[in-house]
Design a protein. Structure first.
Length: 92
């Protein structure tokens, strides 16, 4: 019997690539967290013998995406108390 489609590792990696491309088109580090979560989930499914149910797999994806988003936010955020300012107009 074949595995359900959500246990196919390459589908998770293809989804991670698609969401990563979406992040390039619409930047903001939101979609990048989902892309990282999907990529790690796909890599976990490559391990032989790992066959979680759909709710467990979605929970793993959600937790990994949240952790990735929090790490990205921590890495790329402005230092505490600073405000981004613009000193010139692009039309000048």
């Amino acid at each position: 019997m074949a595995d359900p489609f959500w246990l196919t590792w390459w589908l998770w990696l293809a989804g991670a690539l698609a969401v990563g491309i979406l992040e390039v088109i619409l930047p903001g580090f939101i979609f990048l967290g989902f892309a990282i979560g999907a990529a790690i989930t796909g890599i976990l499914l490559i391990i032989p013998g790992v066959t979680p149910s759909l709710p467990i797999l979605l929970l793993i994806f959600a937790v990994l995406s949240l952790v990735a988003w929090l790490v990205l936010r921590r890495m790329f955020a402005l230092p505490h108390g600073q405000v981004k300012t613009f000193n010139h107009d692009i039309n000048d």
